[in-house]
Design a protein around this ligand. Structure first.
Ligand SMILES: NC(=O)CC[C@H](N)C(=O)O
Length: 615
């Protein structure tokens, strides 16, 4: 990934089903749950770089004893920071009472985070700032246990304002731009109502049905209630990923299957997917059920999870990323006129690496086919040398681009900035034959293209290739996301910039004004959700025309190589990732009504010169 595309949030939930003494005996530690939570979070470290947080709830505490605790950090190593604070607390107690670890019951009374229900979160903001106040979990404390609620999630809601109005809560300055605050308040609203009506008999399903039917967005959320009940829930389109695993000791949920597999050392099929619209509800007595909360809608699981966000060590994701690369091989071969002798293949570190292996496999298949054809065509007319030469033909691969550490802090004056920015990447010298070789580099997606233009392409050009072909394993990103990825400004998309440039070239700029006028009209009649007006901006052009313009935009001044860009087609994306057909950022087809509103709003912001998110 060359662009700093914003990462997703990650969620982790663990419910200990046995008393602490059990874990002490079986696993040799009373901190089994906290250790596993730490691992489950670290194994999802690829998600959420803004901060981390943990909340725990203790079961069966005496009245008056605090049972819900929360800790958060926005430090650079946030997970480590959170857990080192928890560890310090434990060490402090051990210092004065070295024997205490032998008495799990006592420990539970002394250590705040030693709860049976544990929730962890990694945040990358899609709303509000990225400060610690907005890190998850959020908590609502109350003297009545049933009205204590902690929540966290990987999600984005586009109707937070309406939710605040609905529950009649004034969120205040810190929370007014927080969809988590809106989510928490709404769930709390129905929780309090339920507590009023059915004290001691909380019906969690009922609460979730009332609250979540009001949410417009994509979500994978988790809640811990003061009674010891807990839930994990997924949106009806299955936009955000959600997995769970249950054995006799624990109930676990997380954003990624591989994280659960590694943390608990279990097989692929032991970890299950929480289906769209469903919730995993765990009662305070340890019983659990999977409940359908909302009617599932058309499955639109986010394809970006497969292309980029989730870790590639998941067995299915690895295969899918390989297919994404392989699917591109035919187009790439065509672009280089099958001239494998004079082409070097490489990838942008680090996430495009798996797609690169797939591309390579596709190229090898082609090369092997050619070898067989040639050898057969010789009939018997060959000697060892001729055959050896043929068999030894290979795809030329090299590690060309190297990612350097961030060096922004050092850069001060504007004049040297550009010079310095290009050094975000480095290159391997002596790989390319100047003026002879073409260079093909695969990246997983291109959002703004700034890093490609400012750094990578400039650097690659120093090697003297004839052509630089950038291959994107994702299709053109044309529209904002509003379900958990922080990418919601039209002007940020190089594909959108290309469409505008093409409109200018073709004297069709009036289309922009017309689209803006239409948005204004829809806004006036309160129907911004009815259609995606931005599709009109792309409509006059083929994807190839847009790609060619993007290549032009990505070409920095003063370089010698000819730059081209090849994108995955939407059809081959779907073929490679058949279970994740959510593709609104590529197609503009949003699965929820709020989507069209967001894209139209983002477009109006662009036209009005406002640099703000579209939701
Ligand atoms: N990436 C996410 O899931 C973000 C969660 C939530 N919308 C926030 O900004 O805190």
């Amino acid at each position: 990934m060359s662009d700093a595309i914003k990462h997703e949030c990650g969620l982790a939930f663990i419910r200990l089903r046995k008393p602490f003494s059990y874990y002490q005996q079986k696993y040799g530690t009373v901190f089994y749950g906290l250790n596993k939570l730490y691992l489950l979070m670290e194994k999802q470290h690829n998600r959420g770089q803004d901060g981390a947080g943990v909340a725990t709830v203790k079961l069966n505490t005496e009245p008056g004893v605090p049972f819900m605790h929360r800790i958060r950090s926005a430090a650079p190593q946030a997970i480590g920071d959170v857990f080192s604070k928890i560890r310090e607390e434990i060490q402090e107690i051990e210092k004065y009472q070295p024997e205490i670890t032998k008495y799990p019951g006592l420990l539970k009374g002394h250590i705040r985070f030693l709860g049976e229900n544990l929730m962890g979160h990694l945040r990358y903001a899609t709303q509000g700032k990225n400060n610690v106040e907005l890190c998850h979990p959020f908590v609502r404390y109350n003297t009545i246990p049933a009205r204590n609620l902690a929540m966290a999630g990987n999600f984005n809601l586009v109707n937070a304002d309406e939710l605040f109005k609905f529950v009649q809560v004034n969120p205040g300055e810190v929370h007014k731009n927080s969809d988590l605050a809106a989510m928490l308040e709404t769930v709390h609203h129905f929780l309090a109502k339920e507590d009023e009506e059915h004290r001691n008999e909380l019906n969690v399903k009922n609460i979730l049905q009332q609250a979540f039917s009001l949410f417009d967005g994509g979500y994978h959320a988790c809640g811990l209630i003061g009674t010891g009940d807990a839930f994990v829930i997924r949106d009806p389109n299955g936009i955000r990923p959600s997995y769970y695993y249950i054995n006799e000791d624990v109930i676990v949920a997380a954003s990624e299957r591989a994280a659960i597999r590694t943390t608990f050392n279990v097989g692929e099929n032991e970890v299950l997917e929480l289906m769209p619209g469903n919730a995993l509800i765990v009662k305070n007595n340890g019983e659990y059920s999977i409940e359908q909360i909302l009617e599932p809608k058309e499955r639109k699981a986010c394809s970006f999870e497969r292309i980029y966000f989730s870790r590639g060590n998941d067995e299915k994701i690895y295969k899918e990323r390989t297919s994404l690369g392989r699917n591109l091989s035919a187009t790439v071969l065509k672009a280089i006129d099958n001239d494998l002798r004079n082409t070097i293949f490489s990838f942008i570190p680090n996430t495009a690496e798996v797609a690169f292996y797939g591309l390579l496999k596709g190229l090898e298949d082609y090369l092997n086919k050619i070898k067989v054809e040639r050898i057969l065509s010789w009939d018997k007319d060959f000697d060892e040398e001729k055959l050896t030469e043929m068999v030894n033909r290979r795809i030329r691969i090299d590690k060309i681009a190297i990612k350097d550490v961030k060096m922004r802090t050092f850069i001060t004056e504007d004049s040297s900035r550009n010079e310095m920015v290009q050094h975000v990447y480095d290159i391997t010298y002596g790989t390319v034959r100047p003026g002879i070789d073409s260079l093909v580099v695969i990246d997983d997606s291109i959002v703004r293209g700034t890093t490609l233009r400012e750094s990578i392409i400039k650097m690659l050009d120093r090697l003297g290739p004839k052509r630089i072909i950038v291959v994107s394993s994702a299709p053109q990103i044309r529209y904002p996301d509003c379900y958990g990825i922080d990418m919601s400004k039209m002007g940020d998309f190089v594909a959108f910039q290309a469409a505008i440039a093409l409109l200018k070239d073709h004297g069709k700029e009036h289309i922009l004004q017309e689209a803006y006028g239409l948005c204004k009209e829809l806004q006036r009649t309160n129907t911004l959700h009815a259609q995606n007006v931005v599709k009109n901006v792309y409509k006059p052009f083929t994807p190839e025309q847009i790609s060619a313009k993007i290549a032009e935009i990505l070409t920095p001044e003063g370089i010698n190589a000819n730059v081209e860009v090849i994108y995955q087609s939407i059809e081959s994306l779907h073929e490679a990732c058949p279970n994740n057909l959510g593709d609104w950022y590529f197609t503009g087809d949003y699965p929820t009504p709020g989507g069209n509103r967001v894209v139209n709003k983002a477009f109006m912001n662009f036209m009005e010169g406002k640099n703000e998110r579209g939701y």
